[in-house]
Design a protein. Structure first.
Length: 244
């Protein structure tokens, strides 16, 4: 871990600065919750601007199963892959038990909040689809010199919207990397992704390809068209509306 922190030293942000920005992780600063912990809004100085700006601060909670591999993978991924339709990593903190990621602030939040809302016009919905597709295409790019990336958890909750409703793909903790300039598949020993969005072929074979991401994105398109999430909590279980 020491060598990793040294490699990305330019992105490191001190815990005391994060505590100050979030008023010691006060609940009033919380802007999101998920299977990783909580996301806070706060003003921080970071390497990209050198000045204070409003950022999103994701504090990982180990009790939710988010561990070191996912944390370090996200830092490595987002520091190497930059695109207008991928969320930007501005910094991180790894001090004591704290594992924190700092991102650009996407003021409109995640796409899943808007699916059933009349606030988005059909033109805006179309542009969001195109933006997200551009981000995913950049990760899958067969002509790039960098390793290709499979996101492995494409869903409407992982597509964030900035103040201009520009869509940005986020949450790369489960992503996998493969060789550049060639088709490839990865054999995985356990299921990845979110129920309802997973490619049925992957669930049968555990063989991961870019089609796995494409299928998940297709489910997102269906959600945007229907105005309804593909899965919802029903009592103690999940109800999935997409056949698999």
């Amino acid at each position: 871990m020491a060598s990793f922190v040294t490699e990305f030293k330019h992105l490191e942000i001190q815990l005391e600065d994060i505590i100050s920005a979030t008023n010691n992780f006060d609940e009033s600063k919380v802007i999101g919750r998920g299977g990783f912990g909580k996301v806070y809004a706060g003003e921080l100085s970071h390497s990209q601007s050198g000045e204070k700006s409003l950022v999103a601060i994701k504090r990982l909670d180990h009790k939710y199963g988010q561990g070191d591999p996912e944390f370090f993978k996200e830092i490595r991924m987002l520091s190497c892959y930059r695109h207008g339709n991928l969320i930007s990593l501005l910094g991180f903190c790894c001090q004591g038990v704290e594992m924190i990621l700092i991102y650009d602030y996407a003021s409109r939040g995640s796409l899943d909040r808007y699916l059933s809302s009349a606030d988005l016009t059909w033109t805006q919905r179309l542009m969001i689809c195109i933006d997200a597709a551009k981000g995913l295409s950049f990760l899958h790019d067969p002509n790039g010199t960098q390793p290709r990336v499979l996101h492995c958890d494409i869903k409407s909750a992982n597509i964030l919207l900035d103040k201009n409703l520009t869509a940005k793909v986020s949450d790369f903790g489960l992503s996998k990397m493969g060789p550049a300039n060639q088709q490839y598949s990865l054999l995985i020993t356990c299921a990845l992704g979110t129920p309802g969005y997973c490619y049925p072929v992957f669930l049968e074979t555990y063989s991961l390809t870019k089609e796995s991401d494409v299928y998940s994105f297709g489910v997102v398109l269906l959600e945007i068209l229907s105005g309804k999430l593909c899965v919802e909590n029903i009592g103690c279980g999940l109800k999935v509306y997409v056949p698999f």
